[in-house]
Design a protein around this ligand. Structure first.
Ligand code: DQA
Length: 148
């Protein structure tokens, strides 16, 4: 089974970007740990990081995978296009997990509106990088048990 990991805008700058909010680990370090973890659970993983809404939509709709783990970054708050792509993926029977490093509801009001979460099977937020590990372990459990 294959996990598609997508990280949206500004996430490739993790480690340098607002470390007091997002932590000191670089994107490359986090990505390497998530790849190792997924493989240790017996699954394959492909990782895509993109600042571009269109590229993210195309990846969600056209890549081959069984479970999507996505941090849409700021697009979560207003991208109907990514929300629709996630709906499409679920319609094809894929498991969709949305991840956020921070609890956006503790943050500025403009982050409280979330569109993409409406098309996620599960949403994990506020746990820093552990939000990703938890999403991957839940996705793996669903894949292993054929629960979706
Ligand atoms: C984020 C939360 C978003 O509001 C923000 O725009 C991000 C990161 C998170 O992981 O906490 O880029 O998705």
């Amino acid at each position: 089974m294959k996990v598609l990991l997508i990280n949206g805008p500004n996430l490739k700058y993790l480690g340098k970007r607002e470390p007091e909010i997002y932590g000191d680990s670089t994107f490359k370090e986090i990505e390497a740990d998530l790849k190792d973890y997924t493989k240790s659970l017996g699954h394959q993983i492909e990782s895509i990081v993109s600042n571009s809404e269109g590229e993210i939509v195309t990846a969600i709709c056209e890549k081959e995978y069984d479970a999507l783990v996505i941090n849409p970054g700021a697009y979560t708050h207003y991208s109907i296009a990514i929300m629709d792509a996630m709906k499409y993926a679920r319609g094809l029977g894929k498991f969709v997990a949305e991840v956020h490093l921070t609890n956006v509801f503790e943050r500025e009001d403009f982050r409280h509106e979330m569109l993409t979460t409406k098309e996620a099977d599960i949403v994990l937020m506020g746990g820093g990088v552990f939000s990703y590990f938890n999403a991957i372990s839940t996705a793996a459990a669903f894949l292993d048990k054929n629960l979706f």
